[in-house]
Design a protein around this ligand. Sequence first.
Ligand SMILES: [Zn+2]
Length: 358
Amino acid sequence: MSSLASSSVPNGTKITIPYPCDFHHHFRQGPAISSLVPIASQRFGTALAMPNTKPPITTVPLAIAYHDELMAARKEGGGEMMEIVNVLYLTDNTTVETVDEMAKHDFIVGFKYYPAGATTNSDFGVTDFLKCYPVFSRLSDLNMVLCIHSEVSTPTVDIFDREKVFIETVITKIVKDFPNLKIVMEHISTIHGVNFIKSLPETSKVVGSITPHHIMYNRNALLVGGVKPHFYCLPILKRETHRAALLEAASSQSGRFIMGTDSAPHTVGSKESSCGCAGVFNGHAAVEMYVEAFESVGRLDALEDFIETGKKFYGIQDGGRTMELVKEEWRVEESMELGEDVVKPLRAGEMVKWKIVR
Ligand SMILES: [Zn+2]
């Protein structure tokens, strides 16, 4: 698929890494939750649940109810302990009072900002970010986080250029106007995103999250030899130069890039359609795939920084818990249960090179 392959360690090699946390995870709603929470809890010490449900999680009472539902599924699913943290869905009408209300709950860490219409269930999103300035200001005062889907949704802007245009027209201004605001530029997908983050001063509180699929695949995976709807996601996969730059950034030990899988399941029916949904489901093997990608560039040593940078940013304390993995191939299932339906996981029917031991 991509041009991974260069570097590798022998089969049977074991590595120990800090216990990973996923700072961008879609648990969906309804019956799907009980399929997704146990899978995530086998891999992550903490997961940040995205709020783009139907309806979106726009208020504190909705966030409490959603958090309770996710925690109940965790209890039912058994397995290891996974903490779940939440963000609220930012709209043009979100008030400063809501921010104050959020701050009373430890599990609510901030907001997710979706430009209106940018991705799945984002119709309630922000149409004019200037309207959100009072909210940004209060978030900054309270040291809470603003997670940003960093693409414009302007119909006339080419889908491959949407991140670049967002940097030029939106995020640069927000970062300049709120230098103390903690911002995650979510799922960066281009060298422009990488360079933007790297260009910020040392004191900046901006990090970029990076998905497994954006460092393992380029747009050929989506488009060569026929349209492969299960590789369709937003931000869309870009050309190889961008993939390589993202993997270089993730493994650069710069303390500016964090783990965020954007595991985003949709039913097979809604993906394999004349107008398929955007989203890649990688929750079944996300950690293993990050390890594989870092191995391909000889940077297994950089996993620690990548994992710890996110924990430090979000203030996650886990007492130095670790995870052990072994280099041992296993085959991904062709399909997996998603509530009453099925989802096709990333790399369905193909091999993954690393396995979690404990
Ligand atoms: Zn997402």
